[in-house]
Ligand binder design. Structure first.
Ligand code: G16
Ligand code: MG
Length: 219
């Protein structure tokens, strides 16, 4: 049975993808090319460094190491300006309902995110206190679909991977959860996240009975 829950951040708890998009778009425009919302889909769950590599590929730009490092900093500074203005109103629907339910049952909760800005974001939206462990882009060496981020989270919670469940909105994230031998729950388009064990468009469609069921099944 499931005894711990791991949440991805962007796309599951908050929609920071729109701020990542605006910051990447600004950089692309400065470098003289367009960056579309559709292209931004490729950036979900992907590390900042890998995103810049893809962006420069789209623009057909070869960068020196110096340029690359400067653009990484520039993008993040722009992104942080948006984060600065975030508050609890940006928490995605019914996320607090699920977190409160798990808390009240004393179930360990972890964050498993590719972002290096995960802590300040959780602080901004006032959810930091719900998490017993936070594993983010500062803690991992291998990006999703590698299971590292979720395995570290399980270890920090002291729960076996098979007893962990992961909420993810990115294909690479679902694959990472599956690679970690965890139960994967896709939040978003079920056609895109078809590799997940369970699918929901968002948390409003997931009943607390569903969670209760997972926690009480024999396995
Ligand atoms: C998030 C986003 C990605 C972003 C990555 C790194 O991952 O989905 O688009 O590139 O974090 O973010 P940062 O530049 O803040 O380190 P996740 O895993 O929370 O969905
Ligand atoms: Mg995500």
């Amino acid at each position: 049975s499931t005894s711990a829950f791991i949440f991805d951040l962007d796309g599951v708890i908050v929609d920071t993808a729109k701020y990542h998009y605006l910051a990447w778009k600004k950089l692309a425009n400065e470098l003289g090319f367009e960056f579309t919302k559709e292209q931004n889909e490729l950036f979900k769950g992907v590390s900042r460094k890998r995103c810049l590599e893809i962006l420069l590929d789209i623009g057909g730009i070869t960068a020196s190491q110096e340029d690359f490092d400067r653009w990484m900093v520039e993008k993040n500074e722009d992104y942080l300006e948006y984060i600065e203005k975030m508050d609890a109103s940006e928490i995605l629907p019914d996320v607090p309902k699920v977190l409160n339910f798990l808390k009240q049952k004393n179930i360990p909760i972890a964050l498993g995110s590719a972002s290096k800005n995960a802590r300040p974001i959780l602080e901004k939206v006032n959810l930091l206190s719900y998490f017993d462990a936070i594993v983010d882009g500062n803690d991992v060496t291998k990006a999703k679909p590698d299971p590292e981020v979720f395995l570290i989270a399980a270890r920090k919670l002291n729960v076996a991977p098979e007893k962990c469940l992961v909420f993810e909105d990115a294909v690479a994230g679902i694959q990472a959860a599956n690679n970690a031998n965890m139960i994967s729950v896709g939040i978003g388009d079920a056609l895109v996240l078809s590799e997940a064990d369970h699918n929901f468009n968002d948390f409003t469609e997931m009943s607390l009975d569903f969670l209760e069921g997972l926690m009480s099944t024999q396995a």
